[in-house]
Structures are given as C-alpha cells and as structure tokens.
Design a protein around this ligand. Structure first.
Ligand code: NAI
Ligand code: MG
Length: 328
C-alpha cells in the first residue's frame, strides 16, 4: 500500500489525472490516495494558490501525482519543488510508435539540477542594465551527479555524460565538471564523458543516439529537455519526475491547456507516463513496464488515440483502451 498525494489542479490537469487513476486501478498495486487542492481555481475561491495543507499532504506521502496548474503554476509547482527540496528534475527522451518522433529508437534521460544555477533568482539592476547571479555549489553538484550515476546503475544504463560550459564559465562549471569526475570514481564500471552544452544541442539533432544519461545544471537542463521533447514529438507525450531525498513528484511537462479544457480532447499519455516514472521510483518496475507496454500498444495500433496523435478518441476512451490492454 502506497500513500500517494494527488493534485489534479486546473484545466486538462484534472482530465488527464482522472484518466490516469482509471488506468492505475487495473494494476495489482494498492494506492491510498489523498486528494489535495492547488492552482487557479482554488486561488479564485480562497486567494491562495498553494495552501499549506497541500504541502503537508505531499510531505506525508511517498509520492505525488500532479496534473497541471494554470497561471498560478509558478506559485504552485515551483514552490512545491522548493518546499520539498526536489533537487532532481528527470526527463526521459524516448520515442514511441505512432507519434511524431523524429527518430525511431531514442531512449535517453536528462537529469537536471533543480535548485540552483541561474534560476536562483538573484538578479539586480545596475546603472546600465542588470546582473543575474549563477550559483553552483559543490554540495548540489555532488548530489545531482551522484543521483545520475545511481539512476544509471539502477536502470541498467551504460553511460553518463556531464553537460556544461566550463571553457567559458571556468569557476562555476569548473566546479560542476570537477565534481562530476570526483563522483565518477565511485562508479568505475560506468562509461562516462563530458560535453559542452552548445555542441550537445547540435548532437541532439545529428547524433542523439550517443546519449544515455545526461547530467547538467538548471538552465542548460531546462533548454535541453525542451529540445529533447521536440525530438520525440509533442507535449501530450512528455512526462517528468521531480525527486528529493524523501519525496517524488510526477507530472506531465504540459500545462492546463485552456483550449482543450472541458472538451475531453487532451492526450493522457504524458500523465500516464508520469505514473510510469512514479512506479519506477517506488521500485515497482514490473508494474511500470506493464503500464508502459500497454500504452505503447495503444499508440502503435493508433485506433483509440486522441486528436493530437491523429485519432478521434476522447481522453477517457484512450485511457479505457490502455486499461483494457492491462486487463488482458
Ligand atoms: P500548455 O502545455 O498548457 O499547452 C500548450 C499547447 O500544447 C496546447 O494548446 C495544446 O495544443 C498542446 N497540449 C499540451 N498538452 C496537451 C495534451 N495533453 N494533449 C493534447 N495537446 C496538448 O502550455 P501553455 O498554453 O503555454 O500554458 C497554459 C497554462 O498552463 C498557462 O496558464 C501556464 O501558466 C500553465 N502551465 C502550467 C505548467 C505546470 O503546471 N507544470 C507548465 C506549463 C504551463
Ligand atoms: Mg521549461
């Protein structure tokens, strides 16, 4: 029995969450869900986007499934990441059949540092413009690199690549790169290398098969993971995990998509794949593979898929098809 916090949020967040919980029911695992509020709708009613009760519910759970927030996303998801110290942002770049993926057999993972770098928000005006500080600490670099190696080991991956710009950002990325090679000494069997971020952006397009696990700082990870999403075909498909020492929060990369909200046209795949990441996090890897395979079958057949995938099925019809595969 797992204690799971569920935050459906706004717009299609609620719809893809309903679809995903419907699919999860077909697994042989017991989940004890606690539903919690956050987002625009809740803010309209109460004046607060992320109530303390919700933070407490997530803290008391083993994992959290998060749908999407609307305009309040920064106050909700960014704040949750900080409150729970979710220092890893994990984004798989994986091509699935029946999608607009630019390549057929991509399968790599980006491990992005989620707490510092340029996103620490230390900006100040100067006489002539403004300055932003980029903070890189040994502590945060060490824990993100260690996570990347542990993740690679656990999931049977063979290579970890550090991505940086240490030739120009000599001090900050010098520390990041140095820490990467220090941590690597504890993983003598793992293949490893490091690359500059600009070259990496090019290799994503020309030779993406060279990557297995990428570990990088906050801004570079943000940009590269959207490039990765572009490689494998669209927001309706891309899941993510935010992981800390005690919690994991799993969410589709997309937002509340107001133009789809209330119509039942949202693709539930990104949320279902976020649940796959949650199952892996909970060490339920057999169930994770089963769920992923069921979704892949539905994508491959292309009969019961949403409009963005070229079909005409609703969110719940597609979820129903995935559930049927699981039950067979
Ligand atoms: P969005 O991801 O909500 O939608 C962009 C477009 O992508 C949609 O118009 C739609 O065509 C497509 N799309 C996204 N998800 C889809 C799905 N599951 N199925 C089919 N098509 C899908 O991003 P947008 O429009 O920039 O933001 C809308 C709202 O969401 C804003 O209020 C924004 O603040 C919020 N947002 C929240 C996030 C979060 O909660 N983590 C992340 C990104 C945006
Ligand atoms: Mg982004």
């Amino acid at each position: 029995m797992y204690k799971i916090a569920v935050i459906p949020g706004d717009g299609i967040g609620k719809e893809v969450m309903e679809a995903t919980l419907h699919v999860l029911e077909a697994l042989d695992i017991e989940f004890n869900y606690t539903f919690a509020d956050a987002g625009d709708e809740y803010e309209e009613k109460t004046g607060i986007a992320l109530p303390q009760e919700t933070v407490d519910v997530v803290k008391a759970s083993q994992a959290c499934l998060f749908g999407a927030a609307g305009e309040s996303a920064a106050d909700v998801i960014v704040k949750l990441r900080q409150e729970l110290d979710l220092y890893v942002n994990l984004r798989p770049v994986k091509s699935y059949p029946g999608t607009n993926s630019l390549f057929d057999n991509l399968d790599f993972v980006i491990v992005r540092e989620n707490t510092e770098g340029l996103y620490i928000g230390l900006e100040e005006y100067t006489e002539d413009g403004a300055i932003a500080k980029r903070v890189i600490t040994r502590k945060a670099s060490e824990r993100i690199c260690r996570f990347a190696f542990e993740y690679a080991k656990k999931t049977g991956r063979e290579k970890v690549t550090a991505v940086h710009k240490a030739n120009v950002l000599k001090k900050t990325d010098g520390i990041f790169k140095g820490t990467f090679y220090n941590v690597a000494r504890d993983y003598p069997d793992m293949e490893l290398d490091d690359r500059y971020v600009d070259a990496t952006a090019m290799f994503f397009i020309t030779r993406p098969e060279m990557f297995d696990v990428i570990v990088t700082t906050n801004l570079f990870g943000d940009i590269l993971s959207d490039e990765g999403a572009g490689l494998v075909g669209g927001l309706g498909l891309i899941p993510s995990a935010n992981i800390g020492e005690n919690q994991g929060l799993f969410e589709p990369v997309h937002g509340s998509a107001p133009s789809h909200a209330g119509k039942g046209t949202a693709n539930p795949s990104a949320m279902i794949l976020s649940a796959v990441l949650m199952l892996d996090y909970l060490d339920e890897s057999e169930a994770a593979r089963k769920l992923e395979d069921a979704l892949v079958e539905v994508l491959r057949e292309g009969k019961t898929v949403t409009r963005d995938l070229g079909g005409s099925s609703s969110t719940m019809e597609m979820a129903g098809a995935v559930r049927k595969k699981l039950e067979n």
